[in-house]
Design a protein around this ligand. Structure first.
Ligand code: SF4
Ligand code: SF4
Ligand code: SF4
Length: 170
């Protein structure tokens, strides 16, 4: 990283980022908006089951994920804890992928590759360019939607993006 690279820990301290929720509403892996609406009883069993502590309950008591602090490890504990037919492990875990927005530091001239370092799927490549830091590009066909890049981004520049119509509004 270059001289003007952002120190992630310092940045989080300065911005108080850790207290900020992820804006998108994402349902747990292997669940869908329709199955949550139809079968979730708001029992909350999946919430304490998650070892990553990324499941909370929305206003209706239904599970919602936040990638602000951590990613989904695809451990399956949420699905195992649920007593209702909300989860279907035969489905792809998520219907979203990650997408980089306009707040990306690299796009604003500040060297940063935190998302690329965090991605377990090597789905983020950095495209060199003249006159500025290399820009992140997420390969949708490699992204599994885990959210590790969202948690790692010091600019809060990454969000989930619909892979199909349902995902970003789940
Ligand atoms: S699969 Fe595991 S890490 Fe992911 S949301 Fe469910 S319990 Fe949490
Ligand atoms: S998207 Fe976030 S983590 Fe990735 S380069 Fe931009 S600011 Fe850094
Ligand atoms: S969501 Fe996960 S797999 Fe997709 S780009 Fe981000 S870190 Fe990589």
């Amino acid at each position: 990283m270059g001289e003007n690279a952002i120190d992630l820990g310092r940045r989080r301290f300065l911005t108080g980022r850790s207290a900020q929720p992820q804006p998108q509403g994402v349902r747990p892996p292997w669940s869908r908006a329709a199955s949550v609406a139809a079968a979730c009883t708001s029992c909350g069993a999946c919430v304490p089951a998650c070892p990553q502590h990324i499941i909370a309950q929305d206003a209706g008591g239904r599970p919602i994920l936040s990638f602000a602090e951590s990613e989904c490890s695809f451990c399956g504990a949420c699905a195992e804890a649920c007593p209702e037919p909300v989860f279907d492990r035969l489905l792809p875990a998520f219907e979203h992928v990650a997408a980089v927005g306009a707040d990306c530091f690299a796009g604003r001239g500040i060297v940063c590759q935190s998302c690329g370092d965090a991605c377990p799927e090597s789905a983020i490549r950095f495209r060199p360019r003249l006159g500025g830091p290399a820009l992140p590009e997420i390969a949708a066909d490699r992204c599994n939607g885990c959210g590790a890049c969202i948690a790692a981004c010091p600019a809060q520049a990454i969000a989930v993006s619909a892979h199909s119509a349902e995902a970003a509004h789940a």
